[in-house]
Design a binder for this molecule. Structure first.
Ligand SMILES: Nc1ncnc2c1ncn2[C@@H]1O[C@H](COP(=O)(O)OP(=O)(O)OP(=O)(O)O)[C@@H](O)[C@H]1O
Length: 604
């Protein structure tokens, strides 16, 4: 176990992302006053250890320290709480609450799309979290299902509790030292058009990300997925999303507003949350005519957000060639060069595109296969938009900034590609999980009652910070009106649920015990059959009789032998008696001889 600072011990990795590795860890001792949560010895936490590449960058370290207070004070029931930040030598780490559950991306892959109501309610909670952070001046900038952790039971969709994580990480990774002039931190499938173009990013980028995510929750895929990363980004810029058949009209109104190309036309997160709850109430099976009517008029709730919170306003300048988030030329078109790794999967650092159809420096065209080592055409940092640029680049001897940046991009992408761990190695699956207090049941399959908003308790053990930057308002109850007939919607496709294991609690040895019992049962059944349907009982009697006879015979032989031995002994005794008698006679004769007088010498 590796120590992190003096307060924490890393136990096992939980997952790996583009910016670092998340570990399950244990608190060694109570943290100091600088931590948001002191914790207590033995408590389990999650620690994100930032990649060395980030940790060794002075810009990131400075940003890390500067943002410490922002990250630590961000508390909301739907935001994974950052408890502490550790800076030790070349190590930067964020200590977070450990969330007992998979991320939304993994859940979606396992269980398929949500119902329209479920998706709306889940996204409403995420919008609550965004509203709170935007009110605090913090923009997430990398909203995607992989950054939403699900507390609660996966088997019960109503019990799922979304927790937004990775706040501030995109901001940290967006260090000028790392991204230099033309890199971009984000995930192509979820990136807002203005981020792709390098225009200033505001809180509207998060609302765009929420819209993409909502679309994915009901359809199973993001609207602009597929193709190379650059193609995906171009689609964000140029393509209007189309309404899928299974998305009810009111929900589509919300999605469409969130996905407006112009950030000024998108709603604020708070309005988004309210609108989603109105939609969920109006499209559910038990909706009243008034609720259905309110859902149809949801567009009225989605006014443009003003003024939007600027993202990382502390360190970023205005849009332009030096904007660190620029990735695409404003005039770029499809078919341009660029990396083509899975645009849905990971936070990426992408290079600035040189222009439509341009091949790489090595002469290779866009093959559609991701080649992270591909050299890019030289683009000076001050080159005008959309031009590949020819002058002002580095000298041929030095590595071009593109090469350095692409190397960084390759490293990050490699890290991210190993993110879905082998289920055998996935500690999230094999370890016993600490269960947080279950959230109040939220029926994702059913609408919430109108006119009230249940402010849920967070699934946390410790008391929440008193500061509450955002409190959702009660829903407006519309005037009752006759219910409008909606065209029948086709049933929403639901992927078959995974069967629960026979041993869901994973009691050690239970499977073996059951196997043994089964074998015993089979053995008993076979015995009964054999006894009743074979001549075994007859053989048994015969055997027993044979055994009795043998026993008797052996007994007789034994008695005869005993008699024989007894007779022999008797004979031996008699012989001994006779010998004794003979000896007595001899002794008598000897006595007589001794007592006889000696005979005279001449008479003999
Ligand atoms: N607080 C937490 N509690 C429990 N598990 C977590 C926590 N934070 C992250 N994890 C797990 O670690 C994995 C990796 O997290 P990380 O944020 O590094 O990845 P990511 O968001 O997919 O990557 P990136 O956004 O950098 O591309 C997550 O998928 C999740 O399973």
């Amino acid at each position: 176990m590796r120590p992190v600072g003096s307060k924490y011990l890393l136990e096992e990795p939980l997952g790996r992302g583009a910016t670092g590795t998340v570990w399950r860890a244990r608190q060694r001792e109570t943290a100091g006053a600088e931590a948001a949560v002191a914790g207590h010895p033995g408590e389990t936490v999650a620690i994100k250890v930032l990649k060395e590449e980030l940790a060794s960058d002075p810009d990131v370290v400075m940003r890390f320290l500067r943002e410490r207070s922002v990250l630590l004070r961000l508390t909301h029931p739907n935001i994974v709480r950052t408890r502490d930040l550790v800076v030790e030598g070349e190590l930067l780490a964020l200590v977070m609450d450990l969330i007992d559950g998979p991320d939304l991306d993994r859940h979606l892959r396992r269980n398929g799309p949500f119902s329209a109501v479920g998706a709306a309610l889940l996204t409403a909670r995420i919008a609550d979290a965004l509203a709170a952070s935007h009110a605090d001046g913090i923009v997430h900038r990398d909203l995607k299902p992989a950054n939403v952790l699900l507390a609660g039971s996966e088997d019960d969709p109503a019990g799922l509790w979304p927790m937004l994580t990775d706040f501030g990480i995109a901001r940290l990774a967006d260090s000028p030292g790392l991204t230099r002039t033309h890199e971009f931190v984000g995930t192509p499938a979820y990136v807002a058009p203005e981020s792709a173009e390098g225009r200033p990013q505001t809180s509207a980028v998060d609302v765009y990300g929420a819209g993409i995510m909502l679309y994915e929750l009901v359809t199973g895929r993001p609207p602009f997925g597929g193709g190379t990363a650059l193609e995906v980004l171009q689609r964000h810029l140029n393509e209007e999303p189309q309404r899928p058949g299974n998305v009810p009209l009111p929900l589509w109104t919300v999605i469409e507003r969130c996905l407006r190309k112009n950030p000024d036309e998108r709603p604020g997160a708070e309005d988004l949350a309210r609108a989603l709850r109105t939609v969920a109430a109006g499209i559910g099976a038990h909706a009243t005519p008034a609720q259905a009517e309110a859902a149809m008029g949801v567009g009225a709730l989605l006014g443009p957000d003003a003024p939007a919170t600027p993202a990382s306003g502390d360190a970023q300048g205005p849009a332009g060639a030096s904007d660190p988030t620029r990735v695409l030329p404003t005039t770029g078109g499809p078919g341009g060069d660029g990396p083509s790794h899975d645009p849905n999967a990971a936070t990426s650092v992408l290079p600035h595109a040189a222009g439509p159809g341009q091949g790489g420096q090595d002469g290779r065209g866009d093959t559609g296969a991701f080649d992270p080592t591909r050299a890019m055409p030289p683009v000076p940092s001050g080159a005008p938009e959309g031009q590949g640029g020819s002058g002002g680049g580095p000298s041929p001897e030095e590595p071009h900034p593109w090469q350095t940046q692409l190397r960084a991009a390759r490293d990050r992408n490699e890290q991210t590609q190993v993110q879905p761990l082998d289920p055998e190695l996935d500690p999230l699956r094999r370890r016993p999980r600490r269960s947080p207090a279950p959230p109040p049941p939220q029926q994702y399959g059913q609408p919430e009652p109108p006119g009230q908003y249940r402010q849920p308790e967070p699934p946390r053990q410790e008391p929440r910070q008193p500061r509450q930057a955002y409190a959702p308002e009660p829903l407006r109850t519309p005037e009752p009106q006759p219910r409008r007939q909606e065209p029948p919607r086709p049933p929403e496709p639901r992927q078959p649920r995974q069967r629960r294991g026979a041993n869901p609690m994973r009691i050690p040895g239970l499977g073996c015990l059951k196997g043994c019992l089964f074998m015993v049962l089979i053995a008993v059944a076979i015995s009964v059959l054999v006894w009743n349907f074979t001549p075994l009982p007859e053989w048994w009697d015969q055997g027993r009789q044979f055994w009795e006879d043998t026993k008797n015979w052996i007994g007789d032989v034994w008695a005869w032998l005993e008699d024989l031995v007894g007779a022999g002994q008797e004979a031996a005794d008699k012989v001994e008696d006779v010998q004794n008698d003979v000896q007595d006679v001899r002794d008598g004769i000897d006595d007589v001889r001794e007592n006889l007088p000696d005979a005279p010498a001449g008479n003999g």
